[in-house]
Ligand binder design. Structure first.
Ligand SMILES: Cc1cc2nc3c(=O)[nH]c(=O)nc-3n(C[C@H](O)[C@H](O)[C@H](O)COP(=O)(O)OP(=O)(O)OC[C@H]3O[C@@H](n4cnc5c(N)ncnc54)[C@H](O)[C@@H]3O)c2cc1C
Length: 471
């Protein structure tokens, strides 16, 4: 065994929560080491949110130019230069990665590039290119993230993951996307806009399984209007290669058939990066899927070891990994924070955007508490008209007893930005009337909140209304 190196704090995994914690602890003067097996930055910057949203933006520009005539502009039919799209993405990623590295250096932390594996209580080895080091720390934080889950049936076809699809230097003629969750949707629309023929396959009866049916149905219609072929209730039975094409044998409600495409993206969920860690050696329990079990303060079953981000089985978002950092850091400094009852907003970056926070209509019904439902189509909102973005709607659940907003689903242009306004009001426990009567600049999309919460757009919940919106 290599010489034992002692640290006050060790962080394994340089994702959002892990790296932020390492910088904060080191900056505060603690002897801290961050261990990362891959490049600096974590998934968000390198292979997930940032590169995908950078490419989504290119696809949006493509769609806007394609639609230019609607705005009175005669633009030459646009051409996608995939190498330039990739170069722009690389620049954004590299700029953010360099900024991270500068922060790491300024903080005074030790950074080790290598894969961590526990060998005993609070002790792990780091295997790196040149050597193996052994680290013991008073307190350890695991933030090793997650990776795509690829079912075995794809073993012979080398399907693309989201990461691989963001590195192909061309637009495939056709793309099969398996999985109607947010990653599948974002890539389906992106590549359809770049010029691929896209088929989206979802085994469930709706896209975005957790959303209200009317919301998911609106999403389906919007992407179908874009030209994406959406197959619901469809199971992939077999995957094979036929020359350069991938063939999928699928089971639909109308029977079996085979579809083919130049590439296939499998976006059917993510699994935790925990096997390599040898967690048992440190007494850290995992659940049946391999996620590290934590309590609401993110403490694992082993004393003085915490887990942050995707790996602890919480909602898989960068802002949640960051909030996990806030919880741990506050508690190390004498606080008493927990993840219980925190807001979990999220956005699906398609056009129109879908932004969600709080409970939805399904959950409101299950709660059996009386509620009211606010709904306004974007077509009546002045800024939506001026922008030519009248697709979609805003929907909100209101607590009938105290008039607070319990949840929203905004499916419209700039949905995520408008959501932030409502989220703050929700967290401040303001009644919906605050938003209804607030002065927002005209004409903005946020001004639509005045209309969403106007009395004529608020309905008492009734099973008939629910049936209507689910029709
Ligand atoms: C295509 C895509 C798009 C996404 N878009 C969004 C979005 O728009 N908004 C959003 O909020 N979320 C988005 N997400 C989810 C988001 O990226 C993740 O929730 C987030 O990055 C998780 O952060 P984390 O800190 O848990 O771990 P990660 O950022 O995954 O970091 C974990 C790090 O640990 C390292 N590691 C793993 N094992 C070891 C080991 N044994 N030793 C040392 N290091 C190790 C890994 O190399 C990795 O760098 C997206 C995900 C994908 C795939």
């Amino acid at each position: 065994m290599a010489d034992l190196e002692h640290y006050e704090y060790a962080i394994i995994g340089g994702g959002k929560g892990g790296k932020t914690l390492a910088v904060a602890l080191a900056t505060a003067g603690h002897k801290t080491v961050l261990v990362e097996r891959d490049k600096i930055g974590g998934s968000c910057i390198r292979v997930a949110c940032i590169p995908s949203k950078t490419m989504v933006r290119s696809a949006q520009v493509m769609a806007l130019i394609t639609d230019a005539f609607k705005y009175g502009i005669d633009a030459t039919p646009p051409v996608v230069l995939m190498d330039k799209v990739m170069a722009r993405k690389r620049d954004v990623v590299e700029e953010m990665t360099s900024a991270n590295w500068e922060q790491f250096k300024r903080s005074g932390m030790d950074f080790i590039l290598g894969t961590a594996k526990f060998i005993a209580e609070k002790t792990f080895e780091v295997a790196s290119y040149e050597q193996t080091r052994t680290i013991k720390a008073n307190k350890i934080f695991i933030g090793t993230g997650s990776r795509p889950f690829i079912p075995k049936i794809y073993d012979n076809v080398k399907p693309l993951t989201s990461e691989a699809l963001m590195n192909i230097a061309y637009v495939p003629d056709s793309l099969l996307v398996v999985g109607g969750g947010y990653i599948g949707l974002e890539f389906a629309q992106m590549f359809q806009r770049f010029g691929s023929e896209v088929i989206l396959i979802e085994r469930g009866e709706q896209l975005l399984a957790r959303e209200d049916y009317d919301v998911s149905d609106a999403v389906r219609k919007a992407i179908e209007e874009d030209g994406i072929d959406v197959l619901l209730n469809t199971q992939v039975l077999e995957a094979s290669r036929n020359g350069v094409e991938v063939e999928l044998k699928i089971q639909t409600t109308k029977g079996e058939r085979t579809i083919s495409g130049a590439q296939v993206l499998v976006a059917t969920g993510r699994i935790p990066n925990t096997e390599a860690l040898n967690l048992k050696a440190a007494g850290i329990d995992t659940d049946e899927r391999g996620f590290i079990k934590v309590n609401d303060m993110l403490e694992t079953s082993a004393k003085d070891i915490w887990a942050l981000g995707d790996v602890n089985g919480g909602p898989q978002f960068t802002h949640i990994s960051l909030d996990d950092f806030r919880i741990v850091f506050a508690n190390l400094n004498g606080g008493n924070r927990s993840r219980k009852d925190r807001a979990v907003p999220y956005t699906i970056f398609i056009e129109p955007e879908l932004a969600r926070v709080g409970i939805n209509e399904k959950e409101a019904i299950q709660s059996k508490k009386p509620f009211r439902l606010a709904y306004v189509p974007m077509s009546v909102i002045p800024a939506a008209k001026t922008r030519g973005q009248t697709e979609g709607f805003m929907k909100a659940i209101i607590d009938k007893e105290n008039s607070q907003v319990l949840g929203i689903a905004f499916f419209c242009a700039e949905a995520a930005e408008i959501m932030a306004v409502v989220q703050v009001a929700m967290q401040a426990r303001l009644p919906y009337t605050f938003l209804r009567d607030n002065v927002f600049a005209h004409p903005t999309l946020a001004e639509g909140l005045n209309m969403l919460f106007a009395e004529n757009n608020i309905h008492e919940y009734s099973p008939e209304l629910a049936a209507l919106s689910h029709a």
